[in-house]
Design a protein around this ligand. Structure first.
Ligand code: SF4
Length: 79
């Protein structure tokens, strides 16, 4: 997963971790979109960000979550 969070040549690692907008967004897992953002296990799990990223949105839901799949398939069954 290649996501630019800063430049180690121009900033210290501490500065990058503290000031990166991307890393800041990833620290706020309650703001993730879809099921991961609303999940009761959000603060413990949060979903795999790499899998969300390859699905098109770094802050989206983890498409391989079994809980997510069960919930999603149950919701689809209602239609
Ligand atoms: S990956 Fe699944 S269990 Fe983890 S936060 Fe997302 S929906 Fe919840």
């Amino acid at each position: 997963m290649e996501v630019e969070v800063g430049n180690i040549r121009t900033a210290s690692l501490e500065e990058i971790v503290r000031e990166s907008e991307v890393l800041s967004r990833l620290r706020h897992s309650r703001r993730f979109k879809g099921p991961c953002g609303q999940c009761r296990y959000n603060m413990l799990c949060g979903g795999c960000r790499a899998k969300a990223y390859i699905s098109g949105d770094l802050e989206g839901s983890d498409p391989t979550c079994l809980l997510y799949m069960q919930t999603w398939s149950r919701e689809e069954g209602k239609n």
